[in-house]
Design a protein around this ligand. Sequence first.
Ligand code: RP5
Length: 171
Amino acid sequence: MAGKKASPLVGIVMGSPSDLPTMELATGVLAEFGVAHEVVVASAHRSPERAANYAKTARRRGVQVIIAGAGGGAHLAGVLASHLTIPVIGVPMQTDALGGMDSLLSTVQMPSGIPVATVAIGGAGAKNAALLAIEILALSDEGLSKKLTAYRKKLAKKVESASASLSSREN
Ligand code: RP5
């Protein structure tokens, strides 16, 4: 018999399937840390009711942090945040038209009272959104906190080995 699926702690929402290649960088990090998550497409403009309904029901499903990726006139993170009081992290998509500045500004410039934690444009932002979500969850999860410490150590080690291999080339 298949085991019961863990309820999602992180909800990943994107405005379009075209955002998936970027948002998969976030799901990859969550999977690496063993954090249960769900992935949904809901557009603030093309399917506003679906987006609102997702936000209104997320907490009931156990979701504690939402990561919302959208591009262009990127209002998804803000719209979700307006229906919720759990942390919402916005990932501005890189765009052909304006390089993602459009997504960044429309995600980050929230009116006071409804916060969206906005990360960098594109892939780096998607990865950091997942890490930020994990940091939030780790405040009450010692195991996750240890994994974050190990992850940081691994990053620092990579820098050290890169530096060591450069200096061995110089000698
Ligand atoms: C936004 O419009 C989506 O988040 C996407 O980044 C952008 C373009 O969507 P498509 O036209 O590729 O579906 O709502």
